[in-house]
Write a protein that binds this ligand. Structure first.
Ligand code: RRO
Length: 313
């Protein structure tokens, strides 16, 4: 039996559903020679702002049981340098390129999207409405449905590229935020960014990270991300890209069962740079072993499960 890993996310056609999480694969060039991004479903680059950004003071990473807390602070080379220095190489790869970007206010988001749309070779944009590590913008927009709507609407007016919107792991407002992004025209949602977190050094009485607080990623985030993917995909027709603590293909399958159309792998790449190709190979084997022809056969299957209420008394 032929196994088919192809997926469609709105207008995007991907050869498989696995891609890096923004920020965990740089601009794609650093990993050449270790893995071949041409094998990925798509390549997702580090969030860009209009102007280059230096980021937060070190230390920027702190490992905790079950995960990693980062406080990079959006360090990036800026849209212009990306277009001049990185894009020529990236567009030659021939893999769909998804460019993550960020703004300090709604106009800034729209300007960023507009400039990126003038460049050749970008398949889609991912608006980062959920960075936990900057003072202005980021999570402030992705935590408020009205602001989310306003930012996404502004971006849609500035670009014809397909738009993914990345939201924070807010279990209490996930659905309202997702609905706002969908109604404003997002083609897909990326769920979820890292969870705001703090690590403390009890000896020095100081925060572990230079930026004081950070974003928690890795296995500790997975059940929270799964639940949000499950909730949103059960309520809205918009395609969902699941992200949060995926280390192997079995984790990826959990997200597909919860309703995700595609997945992103982030923190796992830091301990195993080959995590993404391994997830892709694992998914192929899984489908074959389970007699499935495509992931569509199991997508959202969890929503079919009827949980019977226990009998009273
Ligand atoms: O750069 C960061 O500190 C960062 C970003 Br933009 C983000 O979206 N998520 C994250 O965990 N870190």
């Amino acid at each position: 039996m032929e196994v088919d890993l192809r997926v469609e996310i709105g207008p995007l056609r991907l050869q498989n559903p696995v891609m890096p999480a923004a920020g965990t694969f740089g601009y794609g060039d650093e990993y050449m020679g270790i893995v071949d991004p041409r094998d990925f479903g798509a390549l997702v680059t580090k969030s860009l702002s209009l102007d280059p950004t230096e980021g937060n003071p070190p230390p920027r990473l702190w490992e905790v049981p079950g995960g990693l807390i980062n406080s990079i602070g959006l360090e990036n080379i800026g849209v212009e340098a990306f277009i001049q220095q990185k894009l020529p190489f990236l567009r030659e790869l021939g893999v769909p390129l998804i460019v993550s970007f960020f703004g300090q206010d709604p106009k800034d988001y729209a300007r960023c999207a507009e400039r990126l749309s003038e460049a050749v070779g970008i398949a889609a944009l991912e608006a980062n409405l959920s960075c936990p590590n900057v003072k202005k913008g980021g999570m402030a927009f992705g935590s408020d449905p009205e602001l989310t709507h306003r930012v996404v609407e502004g971006i849609k007016g500035a670009t014809d590229l397909p738009l993914l919107v990345k939201l924070p792991p807010d279990p209490y407002h996930a659905l309202e935020l997702a609905r706002a992004a969908q109604e404003a025209g997002a083609e897909a949602l990326t769920l979820v960014n890292t969870l705001p977190a703090l690590a403390v050094d009890p000896d020095r009485g100081r925060p572990r990270l230079g930026g004081v607080t950070g974003g928690l990623s890795g296995p500790a985030l997975k059940p929270v991300a799964l639940r949000i993917v499950y909730q949103v995909s059960g309520a809205l027709p918009i395609p969902v890209i699941g992200v949060g603590g995926i280390r192997d293909h079995r984790d990826a399958i959990e997200f597909v069962l919860a309703g995700a159309t595609a997945v992103q792998v982030g923190t796992a790449t830091f301990s195993d740079p080959k995590a993404i190709p391994k997830v892709i190979d694992g998914l192929r084997s899984y489908l074959w072993e389970h007699g499935l022809s495509s992931l569509a056969d199991i997508r959202g299957k969890l929503h079919e499960a009827q949980v019977e209420a226990p009998a009273e008394g």
